[in-house]
Design a protein around this ligand. Structure first.
Ligand SMILES: Cc1cc2nc3c(=O)[nH]c(=O)nc-3n(C[C@H](O)[C@H](O)[C@H](O)COP(=O)(O)OP(=O)(O)OC[C@H]3O[C@@H](n4cnc5c(N)ncnc54)[C@H](O)[C@@H]3O)c2cc1C
Length: 451
């Protein structure tokens, strides 16, 4: 049988190789380390954890990433098996001994007769065969250039510039209102596409003071070096605090400009500044704060963003950030089987598809591996339903997310289709989250059983 080739033995590629071999299909795993280094990896081992040693919450009842753990364990995932074997005490989180974990993944793959690990960098996109590209946030420069050449330069980003994303049901709509600037749009939905939060002058001044005073993170050594442009900030992607440093009024003339908007609750009162939120997924459960990419530390972000009228009780699906991160514009480029539409012999998996985090990347490797193995056997495997954590995530990157503003995403309940008859808002979470995870377990089990 023709093997499946995988580029990159990281979290995603290692899991993909394991799943392919378990399905009885040979896998060839190409890894450039240690001959070619990245600024973050330190070893030549498979599935190296480059920063924290945590797979985050292991609570599969109340937490979306915990639910994703559950699904990966149910599917016989290698990453979860090794994480469980090398677990360290960490309260409700799944933390591991990183060296023992990576060594365990490496030897499991070396001992697996159907997996062959081949050292070396792949520098071109292969024209034929059944391939998975799982080269991660630090895809080598040569391959990144080949991906850009093969898919269009705008389709592979080198930095994420993430604006915070808010759960829609935590926005106070007695303060905020829906309206597009100048009521632009053909349909009523388009004319109400944005959620607007008004600020008075004192509120704006206090907000700028807080932004300027907030703790910020720095780029790591080497992080900005191999990007195509030495300045990591692209046009339109300046962090808000950098804009504020350029002048106290800069934001009011940029993302916070108050023009073309009328406060639906106080039509006679002109806001001094307006923060806009734009729908971030087809379900309408998530909204990003427009133009608010930031390098503020997470604790500072929560405090500063909750100063915005209407967001006092905001729940964040993810906070903002700017990092070195190669990722595709997957909603436009990938089909729902994670294949490049223009070149279906290439499947993408892991963080390069626009998911974020060890667990999410490994989960996408698991799925891509199973799909590629099915294809090698002449079959077809559909993704799990999007009521599951894995299905919600793959649905988001391959179609659910807004392509124009696509930025990497962690798994979270905002990606799940809402439940009928459930209470919204933060108070409803106690009932809603267990209902989401129970539905996910039932549907994932059905999907697995059908294979
Ligand atoms: C500095 C930094 C800190 C991070 N911190 C965290 C964190 O604390 N927690 C978290 O959950 N996530 C973190 N991440 C994200 C994390 O890297 C990913 O979630 C995860 O490693 C992605 O898995 P992956 O398999 O997609 O990529 P990786 O694990 O990076 O694996 C990709 C593999 O492909 C190889 N490769 C690249 N190009 C080629 C090529 N051309 N030919 C052959 N091999 C190639 C690389 O050497 C690497 O082994 C961090 C990322 C960075 C850059």
């Amino acid at each position: 049988m023709e093997p499946v080739h995988i580029i990159g033995a990281g979290l995603a590629g290692s899991e993909a190789a394991w799943q392919i071999a378990r399905a009885g299909v040979p896998a060839v795993l190409h890894e450039m380390r240690p001959a070619v280094a990245t600024f973050a990896h330190k070893t030549g081992d498979c599935a190296e954890m480059v920063c924290s040693n945590s797979f985050r919450s292991d609570d599969d009842r109340m937490n979306a990433v915990g639910q994703l753990h559950w699904e990966m364990r149910a599917a016989g995932g290698l990453i979860m098996a090794m994480a469980d074997r090398h677990r360290l005490p960490a309260g409700g989180a799944l933390a591991v001994d990183r060296e023992a974990f990576s060594a365990g993944v490496t030897s499991a793959l070396r001992d697996e007769p159907l997996v062959r690990i081949v050292p070396g960098e792949i520098t071109e996109l292969p024209a034929e065969g059944n391939w998975i590209v799982a080269t991660g946030p630090l895809t080598s420069d040569a391959l990144a250039a080949a991906i850009r050449a093969g898919t269009g330069t705008a389709s592979l980003a080198f930095f994420d510039a993430i604006a915070p994303i808010v759960h829609a049901d935590t926005i106070d709509m007695s303060v905020a209102w829906e309206q597009s600037r100048y009521d632009k749009g053909e349909t009523e939905a388009e004319r109400r596409a944005y959620i607007n939060c008004p600020m008075t002058r004192p509120q704006y001044e206090a907000f700028i003071d807080a932004l300027l005073a907030a703790d910020k993170t720095e780029f790591r050594e080497g992080e900005a070096a191999s990007a195509p442009d030495p300045t990591p900030y692209f046009d339109g992607c300046l962090p808000i605090e950098v804009m504020a440093e350029r002048g106290r009024e800069t934001l009011r003339h940029g993302p916070m400009k108050p023009v073309g908007l009328t406060n639906a609750h106080k039509p006679g009162e002109k806001p001094y500044a307006v923060v806009q939120l734009r729908r971030d997924n087809a379900l309408g459960t998530l909204y990003n704060i427009v133009g608010f990419q930031t390098k503020m530390k997470y604790g500072a972000q929560t405090a500063v963003f909750r100063m915005i009228p209407g967001l006092e009780n905001a729940g964040f699906a993810r906070l903002g950030g700017i990092h070195r991160n190669s990722f595709l514009n997957s909603p436009t480029l990938l089909d729902e089987r994670m294949r490049l539409r223009a070149r279906p012999n290439l499947r993408f998996a892991g963080q390069v598809t626009g998911v974020e985090g060890y667990v999410e990347s490994a989960a996408m490797g698991l799925l891509a591996g199973r799909m590629a193995a099915a294809q090698a056997k002449g079959a077809d495997l559909a993704p799990p339903p999007f009521t599951t954590a894995m299905g919600a995530l793959v649905n988001h990157i391959t179609g659910g997310a807004e392509a124009r503003t696509f930025q990497p995403m962690n798994v979270n309940f905002g990606l799940f289709p809402p439940l009928e008859d459930s209470r919204g808002g933060r108070k409803g979470r106690k009932d809603r989250y267990p209902a989401y995870t129970q539905r996910a377990k039932d549907d994932f089990s059905t999907w697995l059983a059908a294979q």
